[in-house]
Design a binder for this molecule. Structure first.
Ligand code: NCD
Length: 331
């Protein structure tokens, strides 16, 4: 299997082999990150621009660290403080970034589909770092890497995703990454926060909807808690935060009833005491910090694969890259 993609927009149309290839490359990158000097010259002289038009702490820093660990030249642009504030369009901004030499553009945007719009209009490679409610492919991949690390082979494993499914690009990308790896995903959340088609039983293969959180957790092999997007509360979709915690939260009591060794993940940022208790978020089952470390490795893997497959060239996508073993990633 060789890497052939020019962009990373969503994992929805990826094969299992492609997902495996990225996880294999990310595992090699974890070894690079464990070296005393966490840096390789693999992308020296290449330009990666992070364009974050929506708030982010960990994803932005993770991409920045990933690009720097590969020795790429890296610039960060956020909506505030850039010409976006002056009304510059997305199209004009990315054309400017490209004219300034961006070979890979990492884009976070509040509009679903924005990375597709950009990918069609620039010769640079585009990585989606989260677009509206739609997709967050690097989060799906880092969750897969984290679950693999904890559970081994995901074939037949039950992963419960609990919370605000409706607004969650993380839930969608987790489904599109975990199901091809053989996992069974159980979605659980308030009926108002689950897409009506999924609630009605029209779920993708490998996915089930379970309205009762305790049943969803009873035979779970892993649990992913989602951030309650509190900005939606005004829309009347939610009861009070207290009621939400008691009905849907991964509380200390619920965590204690999970089978031994069942890990708990959360993409962050967390509303501790709402969708997850602080003692659970920082307790022995929590893989939240491991997710953050794995996130850097997954992003390094993708930047490396895109760059070595000819990112930023007119021929990009015609070339193909194979994953490099840790020994092949230059020290
Ligand atoms: C998520 C996001 O922004 O989609 N966070 C992240 O990238 N780690 C989840 C969220 O905001 O709820």
């Amino acid at each position: 299997m060789r890497w052939q993609r020019r962009h990373v927009l969503s994992t929805e149309d990826w094969s299992r082999d492609e997902i495996e290839l990225v996880l294999e490359q990310a595992t090699a990158m974890l070894e690079v990150l464990a070296r005393p000097i966490r840096r390789t010259p693999a992308l020296r002289g290449r330009t990666v621009v992070l364009f974050f038009a929506e708030a982010s702490t960990r994803t932005r820093m993770s991409f920045e660290l990933a690009a720097k660990s590969l020795s790429a030249d890296t610039s960060i642009i956020t909506a505030s403080g850039s010409s976006v504030e002056k009304g510059e369009t997305l199209y004009d901004t990315v054309r400017t970034l490209q004219a300034l030499g961006a070979e890979i553009i990492v884009l976070r945007h509040s509009a679903s589909g924005a990375p597709y719009f950009v990918a069609e209009r620039v010769s640079a490679s585009v990585i989606n770092a989260g677009d509206g409610w739609h997709a967050h492919p690097t989060q799906g991949l880092l969750d897969a890497l984290t679950l693999r690390g904890a559970l081994g082979d995901l074939d037949g494993k039950r992963v419960a995703i609990v919370g605000d499914i409706l607004h969650s690009r993380v839930a969608r990308s987790d489904v599109h990454t975990l199901v091809p790896l053989g996992a069974r995903v159980v979605l659980c959340g308030p009926p108002t926060l689950v897409p009506s088609a999924w609630r009605g039983g029209s779920v993708p293969d490998g996915v089930a909807y379970e309205p009762d959180v305790d049943r969803a957790l009873a035979d779970a092999d892993a649990v992913i808690a989602l951030r309650l997007q509190r900005e939606r509360q005004e829309a009347g979709l939610l009861p009070s935060l207290r009621e939400y915690r008691s009905t849907w939260g991964i509380t200390e009591e619920r965590a204690a009833r999970l089978r031994p060794g069942v890990p708990i993940l959360h993409p962050g940022p967390m509303n501790e005491g709402v969708e997850i208790d602080a003692s659970v978020a920082h307790g022995p089952r929590s893989l939240v910090e491991r997710q953050v470390t794995n996130g850097v490795a997954v992003r390094m893997a993708l930047l490396y694969l895109l760059a070595t497959a000819g990112a930023g060239t007119e021929q990009a996508g015609d070339a193909a890259a194979s994953p490099a073993s840790p020994a092949e990633v230059p020290a």
